[in-house]
Ligand binder design. Structure first.
Ligand code: ADP
Length: 631
């Protein structure tokens, strides 16, 4: 069976980076730990070396003081033969008087030299006289021939010996020397010195000192429990010999149990010292160094406690770890600071770039604004020109509308003028005939009528000229009633012809509006014509004009009884060229122009439905102040 191909998915990039970092940190930690351990080791060795040096110094000191002490008494046994009584006693051992004198002498010397005991032994090893002769357990008469130092002295070997006294069990150092007379040995002089007092000056504290004999039996030590123990188990022969000489009285001489762990420089070694109380856990480790006191084959051992050295090494280890941790933190801090600095630099660069961009943008905007301003001023010029053209066109339109009205009215006007002209001709002919016939009064009447007719015709043409005149732009108080009359005059014929009932209601006759009379008339004529057009098919034809005023405004209402204005038409009423009239009859400019004119006066033109259902146009104008009128 074919195994499915195993797909090893490669770790993603951030995953790989994480692993890399983790490995780096582990390596770094291991390196730090190794370095700290190295520091620990180094500090421990250095501390051990210090202990070794100070231990060696102390050891020298202790050895010197011991040598000094022993040297003080070295000569003493040899000098005793100088006393004649001592020699005589050994020659005549039975002379008790002599013994008494020697006893007193030895007592005195012992007191003066501060030794423990001084005694004289004959060649058989029996004590003949002793400084402690007064005491109950005096040495006098004791057989000490088994004591090695006595034996040595008898063999003419001046000996020194440390041992525990057989009588009282008191330890001490024994000096022995032969007593000679004329070259012949008579006996042995022995001096016992208490050297235990040296122990008291030895170290207090954790360090330990011991002095062992040639067999390794500890006989002086700063540790009371160690006394009469051995550095190593004793060989059976040695044990026998010691027991025979009763050097250490009845002490068991068991091994101390020091275990060497390793050797270090200068002949020193690290040993494990068992606990003082057995089975109380592991003992302490100590630096052990020994110094041999050659002539006596003794061994001085100094044991320095390793605990403070180990503690200080541990502290060094911790300190090294701390320093490294601080260093790592410092490095991390520096890196972080550098990163932050870089970020800040980058941010500043970005800011600078943004600022530069902004400046460029501002410069571009400024130039485009300048361009726009330039374009605007150009547009302004164009607009102003267009406005000018518009105003010109408007004024031309107004004029054109006026002319259109005049055109419409021309038939009526012609009729208006033809009638008086015909009447004039007839009356002038009649006047001529009447004058010929000398009917002067009648001729005068005819001429008067002619004059009236001419006056009326002049009025008509005057009104027409007035209407056709191009208006100026200035506003002045205009008597509203006069304007209405003038406008009505222009449509009067049509009103009569179409049998339209005209009504005018005006509360106060001298109402003045601030406007231009000519153009107000144009508006009114336009409104009247529209009303007449609207009422063409109406049964009731009534055109009413009403004037009202408020404190500031004058309202001129023009109402008709036509069909009114439907809503859809009302929306377009004031738009230029909007007309419902058949082609040729309306331009659709009348209301647009009228509204424009009224707005220029500062008023407004609006439309509503009249009481009869027809249309009512209201021209609202500013009221002219009385003072202005007077001026
Ligand atoms: P024109 O008279 O040349 O048509 P206007 O601007 O004066 O132009 O009038 C626009 C339209 O308003 C007219 O065609 C008509 O439909 C409507 N209109 C004006 N006055 C009245 C009125 N009094 N009654 C009804 N409709 C009117």
């Amino acid at each position: 069976m074919a195994a499915a191909p195993s797909q090893t998915v490669p770790p993603s990039r951030p995953g790989r980076r994480l692993w890399g970092r983790l490995t780096l940190w582990v390596l770094l930690l291991a390196a730090c730990l190794a370095l700290a351990l190295f520091c620990w080791r180094w500090a421990e060795n250095a501390a051990i070396e210090r202990l070794r040096l100070s231990g060696a110094q102390r050891l020298d000191g202790y050895a010197l003081s011991l040598e000094n002490l022993l040297a003080k008494y070295d000569f003493l046994p040899g000098t005793l033969e100088l006393n004649k009584d001592v020699v005589a006693l050994l020659q005549h051992p039975g002379d008790d008087t002599l013994r008494g004198e020697v006893n007193q002498y030895l007592e005195k010397v012992n007191r003066l030299s501060k030794s423990t005991t001084i005694y004289i032994v004959n060649l058989q090893g029996v004590t003949q006289a002793a400084s402690n002769w007064r005491e109950r357990d005096s040495f006098v008469g004791d057989d000490v021939s088994f004591r090695p130092y006595v034996r040595d002295a008898l063999r003419r070997e001046p000996g020194g010996f440390y041992g525990v006294g057989t009588t009282r069990g008191e330890p001490g150092y024994f000096f022995a020397h032969g007593i000679y007379h004329n070259g012949r040995m008579l006996g042995v002089a022995t001096v016992k010195v208490n050297i235990e007092k040296l122990e008291k000056g030895w170290v207090q504290g954790a360090d330990k000192v011991l002095l062992a004999d040639a067999h390794g039996v500890v006989f002086l030590t700063s540790v009371p429990e160690w006394k009469y123990r051995t550095l190593a188990p004793l060989a059976p022969a040695v044990r026998q010999e010691l027991e025979a000489s009763r050097q250490y009285f009845s002490h068991a001489l068991t091994p101390l149990g020091l275990r060497e762990q390793r050797r270090i420089d200068g002949g020193a070694s690290i040993v494990e010292v068992p606990a003082a109380v057995p089975d109380s856990g592991p003992g302490s480790r100590m630096v052990s160094q020994a110094r041999s006191l050659a002539p006596r084959k003794w061994q001085f051992v100094y044991l320095s406690d390793l605990a403070p050295a180990r503690a200080s090494a541990r502290n060094v280890f911790l300190f090294a770890l701390l320093v490294q941790a601080l260093l790592v933190m410092l490095v991390l801090y520096t890196r972080q600071r550098r990163r932050l600095g870089l970020q800040r630099l980058r941010a500043r660069e970005d800011l600078q770039r943004a600022y530069d961009n902004l400046e460029t943008m501002v410069a571009e905007r400024t130039s485009s604004l300048q361009q726009m301003t330039h374009n605007l001023s150009e547009e302004n010029v164009v607009r102003r020109k267009a406005e000018q053209k518009l105003r010109q066109a408007q004024s031309e339109l107004v004029q054109a509308a006026k002319m259109a009205v005049l055109g419409q009215m021309s038939a009526g006007i012609t009729h208006e003028l033809n009638q008086p002209l015909t009447a004039l001709r007839t009356m002038a002919d009649n006047a001529r005939v009447l004058i010929e016939r000398d009917r002067l009064d009648e001729a005068k009447t005819n001429l008067a009528t002619i004059s009236q007719l001419v006056g009326r015709m002049g009025l008509i043409t005057g009104q027409l000229r007035q209407f056709a005149r191009k208006a100026d732009a200035s506003l002045r108080p205009v008597p509203v009633a006069a304007a209405i009359t003038a406008a009505l005059f222009l449509v009067e014929r049509r009103v009569e012809r179409e049998r339209v009932n005209f009504r005018m209601s005006m509360r106060s006759q001298d109402v003045h509006a601030l406007c231009d009379s000519n153009r107000l008339e144009q508006v009114l004529v336009n409104l009247f014509n529209n009303a007449l057009d609207a009422m063409a098919d109406s049964e009731t034809r009534e055109l009413s004009v009403g004037v009202e005023r408020t404190d500031e405004r004058v309202m001129i209402g023009v109402s008709d009884t036509g069909p009114g204005i439907p809503d859809d038409i009302r929306a377009h009423l004031f738009e230029p060229f909007f007309t419902t009239k058949p082609q040729g009859q309306g331009l659709g400019l009348g209301l647009a122009i009228s509204e424009q004119i009224v707005r220029e006066f500062g008023g407004l033109l609006r439309v509503e439905t009249s009481a009869s259902g027809g249309a009512r146009f209201i021209i609202e104008l500013p009221l002219a102040e009385q003072e202005t009128i007077d001026v």
